[in-house]
Write a protein that binds this ligand. Sequence first.
Ligand SMILES: [Zn+2]
Length: 436
Amino acid sequence: MRVVPIVLAALVAVPPALAQRTVVHCGTLLDPATSMEPMRERTVVVADGRVVEVVAGFTADADAIDLRGATCMPGLIDSHTHLTGESRKDGYIDAFRLTAADRVLAAVPFARSTLMAGFTTVRDVGSNEGADYALRDAINRGDVAGPRMFVAGKSLSIMGGHADPTNSYREDIVGVPDETDGVVNGPASAQQAVRLAIKRGSDLIKFTATGGVLSLQGDGSGAHFAEDEMRAIIETARERGLTVAAHAHGDDGMQRAIRAGVSSIEHGTYMSDETMAMMRQAGVYLVPTITAGKSVADSARIEGYYTPVVTQKSLTIGPLIQDTFRRAYQAGVPIAFGTDAGVFRHGRNANEFVYMEEVGVGFMDALRFATVNAADLLGRSETLGALRPGYVADLVAVMGDPLADASAMLDVAFVMKDGRVVKRDGQFVPSPERAR
Ligand SMILES: [Zn+2]
C-alpha cells in the first residue's frame, strides 16, 4: 500500500478536542455488516472522518443532518471500474491520440459522477499510461472530487492476448510489446511485470486469463496464460501484499486462475457448475459486471460503434452474463459488486442493483455485495463497507425505498466520504478550501 510520510501524517492529525463532530439522523439504516434487517431511526455520529457510534433513535443535536425521510447505507464500493476512460464510437483511435495527461483530465468528470452516484470507493482494474495512479493521487490529495481508488495500473496480458495494447496494429509502427507494456511471456517475465506494476504504484494486480470482448483480437473466451505464468503473477503479488483479479469469460481460463490462487474472477461468463464449486470452496469472488454485458450488446447494435470482430463478440458474450450471475448466486459463490463502468457511461453503476433484482436477488444481499463483500475483496474489511465505530465515515442516502424497488438507488440524495458531505439534497457540495 502507499506509504504516507510520517511528517505529513502528523500535520493531518487533528487533536481530539478540536475534532468536529457531525451527526446524521437516518429514517432507515441499511448496514449488512450489522444486520440483514432494516434498522429504523438511527443516529450516526462521525468525527475525524470516522464513525464514532451508531445509536437507536434521534439525538437532540440541533445541527444534525436531517435524513429522517431517507434510507441510509454505507458508501458503495464498485469492484470493477475503469475511471480513466469511457466507451465511445470509434474509440480505438484514442490509443494513438491520447496522452496520460489527456486521459487524467478527461477522467475528472468521470470520477465526480461516480462519487455522486454514491460510490465512495472503487477498485479500478486496468488503465493506460499510468493515468489511474495520477487520478487516485489527485483524489487522495483532495484536488479532484472522486471515489477512493484502489488501482491495478495496466492489465497484464500474454502477447496477442486481451490486454496486449498492440493487437491488430502495424508492428512497424507500434513495435513488439514487453513487460513495460504489461505484456508477459513466461513465468520470469510475469514476475518482472508484476514487480514493475508495484514499483509504478499498483494497489492490486489484474490479468486477463482469457480472451475478451472489446480487444482487437478474435478470441473472446479461450484460455490465455499458462498456469505457471498465472502462478508467477499471483505469488509475486502476494509476497508484496497485493491481491490479484483475473478477467475471464471461458471456463478453462477461470479454472487455471482459481488453481493458481486468484482472489476474484471478473465477468465469469461461461462458468461451469464445477468452477462455481471450486470458487465456493476456495473463497474466490465473482465480480459479475452484468451492466457491461448488457451495454456492450446494446452498443454493438449501433451501426459502426465497434469493429466487426468486436461487434460479433459483444453480441455473443454480453447477453449471457446476467444468467451466469444468477446461477453463481444460487450456487453460493461469493460475490463482490462490480460493473465495468467505463465500458458504459460513468455514474450509472447503480443499474447493477436493478439487474440483480431482475434475477431474484433481494436488495440486502445486493447491498452486502457492494459493501461487506467488496471491502473484503479489497482486504479492507476492518475499515470500509460498514457504518460501525472506527470505520471510515462513508455514508450514502436515497429518498426512495430500495428494499421495495432497487431503482431507488439510481437517485442518490446524499453522499458523505471520509466524514465530509460531498452531496446534499441531490447537489454536489464542493470542498470548502478548493471550491471544486
Ligand atoms: Zn473491465
